[in-house]
Design a protein around this ligand. Structure first.
Ligand code: 5GP
Length: 189
C-alpha cells in the first residue's frame, strides 16, 4: 500500500534502530479513511476463505480488525490483555512478553467466542518478535478453530516474528514491510 508507506514516512518517528513510533497512524491516533482502506485490502486478500470471524489483540489491532470485519460482514473479537493471571474455566489465557512495554502480560479470550466451526482471520498492527501473535495463535489452536491466515499492517522484517509464523505453515500477509531503521531512515523492501 503506497499511501501507507507515504504516511509512515511522513508521520513515523524513529526511536531507535529497533523501534518506530507510529502513534500518529496506528497506536494512538487513527485515520478512519486510511484504516478502512487497510480493512478493504485485507478483505480482498482473504476473499473466498469463508472467514467467520476476525480476531485481534487489544489495543492497537482493534481499529484495523474492525475495518476488516466490517468489510467481510463478520464479527470481530479481541483478546484482552490482563496484568495478572486469572485463569478461569471459561476463558483461554496465554502469557506473552510485550515488546514495547518490556513486561509480561496475559492475553485472554472467552471460550464462548471461539469454536471448532470458526474460520478465523487474525489481524494485527505491527509484528516484531511475534510473541503476542504466537500467544493468540496458541489460544486459537486450543479452541480448535481454523486459522485461515494473519494480516499485519506493518511487518518489521529485521525481526523474526513474521517468519516464525510462516514457518508454522500459517499464511501471513503484510501491507508494508520494513527492512531496517538504520541511519535514521525507514527502509522498505
Ligand atoms: P511482538 O510481540 O511481535 O514482538 O510485538 C508486537 C506488538 O508490539 C505490536 O502489536 C506493537 O503494538 C508493538 N511493537 C513492536 N514493535 C514496534 C515498533 O517498532 N513500533 C511500535 N509502535 N510498536 C511496536
Amino acid at each position: 500500500m503506497e499511501e501507507l508507506k507515504q504516511r509512515i514516512l511522513e508521520q513515523g518517528v524513529i526511536l531507535s534502530d529497533q523501534v518506530l513510533k507510529l502513534d500518529a497512524i496506528l497506536n494512538h491516533q487513527v485515520d478512519p479513511l486510511l484504516i478502512m482502506k487497510m480493512g478493504r485490502e485485507f478483505a480482498r486478500r482473504f476473499e473466498g476463505e469463508r472467514i467467520t470471524k476476525v480476531i485481534t489483540v487489544e489495543t492497537s489491532g482493534i481499529p484495523v480488525a474492525f475495518a476488516t470485519a466490517l468489510e467481510l460482514k463478520v464479527p470481530m473479537v479481541f483478546g484482552k490483555r490482563k496484568k495478572t493471571l486469572t485463569s478461569d474455566q471459561d476463558s483461554y489465557t496465554e502469557r506473552v512478553p510485550s515488546f514495547t512495554k518490556g513486561i509480561v502480560t496475559d492475553i485472554m479470550v472467552a471460550k464462548s467466542f471461539l469454536s471448532p466451526e470458526d474460520r478465523l482471520l487474525f489481524i494485527d498492527d505491527i509484528i516484531a518478535n511475534g510473541d503476542a501473535a504466537r500467544g493468540l495463535i496458541r489460544i486459537i489452536q486450543r479452541a480448535g478453530s481454523e486459522l485461515v491466515g494473519m494480516g499485519v499492517v506493518v511487518e518489521k522484517k529485521f525481526q523474526r516474528g513474521a517468519d516464525t509464523i510462516r514457518e508454522q505453515g500459517i499464511r501471513l500477509e503484510s501491507l508494508v514491510r520494513i527492512t531496517g531503521l538504520s541511519d535514521n531512515q525507514i527502509h522498505f523492501d
